[in-house]
Design a protein around this ligand. Structure first.
Ligand SMILES: O=C(O)CCC(=O)C(=O)O
Length: 378
């Protein structure tokens, strides 16, 4: 007898297949939602890790920055660099003493952290300036080009910095093509000044041509605002004007080290009173608010004029170029710490212990982008 309530065999078979398919589908959906949840969790976890790393980096940067202005911080950073390479550190400072007493050079003021350089300061400056001008022309730069705006001057290459108002024109290959510029950076008169001030044979970190043009906007960004550089406790940079520089060309502008120490202290107090957070850039209004406008020095002057300045200790800014103008600076950086910079031709200075010390670590950065945090938005 056939049970009328019971479905037929084929119907039951179809039902079974449908039920099993639905079960597989439900399980599939469950797995998918688990996967989705897993993906979300992974995304959240990586966000947390990224933020933690970023916060740590920020805190470390803040600590490094603030500790430099305290007595204990200076001692700590000095000790740590000695511990990292005790023999090399000792040999560098021994050699610096011997070198800077042997060669003729001018002295940067230790208190002020700077020395203004008239165009006649270095005997070989006319030749150095002529080389810089030649390189500029070879790269497509036009002297007397009053259309040097970000759009009109796109014929000039170089690494563009943030805001597109400042470019580094020279590559490592350029420096090999024009060895005169590195030779000048390592000359007795230039290196002697840096070694004597820093008390060590420094690392020659960068030799470049800084090309500054007007920004389309009038607001000030990045290195157009006062700041101190993050590399080491102390360093020396040369900014040499390759063409005449007046106010319109956005001169390199700085505040000597003793005034800087006071200004940073006063602005930090002011910020605390106003409940503002710490930041590495100092606004013109803040400098004015602590009565420091009188301490500002603008490096205007004819071609070949410039400054040797400790940008780790002196607040500085520049490149506030007015429309229709541009500025070209020979830029040389000597560091007491190992930084990412140019890769120089080591063979050229073989057998000369002072120059060898200055360039020996530079090759480690071959092929990499140079670090220029001070010219970026940090
Ligand atoms: O553009 C300038 O003159 C300033 C550059 C600067 O801040 C730097 O190289 O440290």
């Amino acid at each position: 007898m056939v049970n009328p309530a019971r479905p037929s065999l084929p119907a039951r078979a179809v039902q079974g297949v449908v039920n099993r398919s639905l079960k597989v589908l439900r399980q599939g959906m469950k797995v998918r939602s688990h996967l989705r949840r897993g993906e979300r969790l992974l995304h959240q976890a990586s966000k947390v890790v990224r933020h933690a790393v970023q916060r740590r980096r920020q805190a470390w940067k803040g600590f490094r920055y603030r500790s430099r202005w305290t007595g204990w911080g200076v001692s700590m950073w000095r000790a740590s660099s000695f511990v990292a390479a005790p023999l090399e550190t000792r040999e560098r400072s021994r050699l610096a003493k011997e070198f800077s007493t042997r060669v003729a050079h001018a002295e940067m003021s230790r208190d002020r952290g700077c020395l203004l350089l008239p165009p006649t300061h270095f005997a070989d400056m006319p030749e150095v300036v002529a080389t810089c001008q030649q390189v500029f022309e070879d790269k497509g730069g036009r002297v007397g080009d009053d259309n040097a705006t970000p759009n009109a001057d796109s014929h000039l290459g170089g690494r563009r910095m943030k805001g597109d108002y400042l470019r580094n024109l020279l590559s490592n290959d350029d420096l090999r093509r024009y060895p005169r510029l590195v030779d000048f950076a390592l000359s007795d008169a230039a290196m002697g000044m840096a070694a004597s001030y820093l008390g060590t044979i420094p690392h020659l970190n960068r030799v470049d041509l800084l090309y500054s043009i007007a920004r389309e906007n009038d607001d000030k960004v990045s290195s157009q605002l006062f700041h101190v550089d993050p590399e080491g406790l102390t360093q020396v940079k040369f900014f040499i004007n390759v063409f005449d520089v007046g106010e319109g060309e956005g001169p390199f502008t700085f505040i000597p080290a003793d005034d800087t120490a006071r200004i940073i202290r006063d602005v930090n107090v002011l910020r605390q009173q106003q409940g503002k957070p710490h930041q590495g850039r100092y606004l013109d209004e803040e400098i004015a608010a602590v009565g420091a406008n009188g301490a500002i020095v603008r490096v205007t002057g004819s071609q070949g004029s410039g400054v040797a300045v400790d940008t780790s200790r002196c607040l500085h800014m520049g490149s506030r170029v007015r429309p229709g103008s541009f500025r070209l600076c020979l830029y040389i950086q000597y560091c007491t710490t190992r930084e990412r910079g140019n890769a120089f031709d080591l063979d050229r200075y073989k057998g000369d212990p002072v120059r060898q010390f200055a360039v020996q670590h530079s090759i480690a950065s071959a092929g990499g982008e140079v670090a220029a945090p001070h010219q970026n938005d940090n």
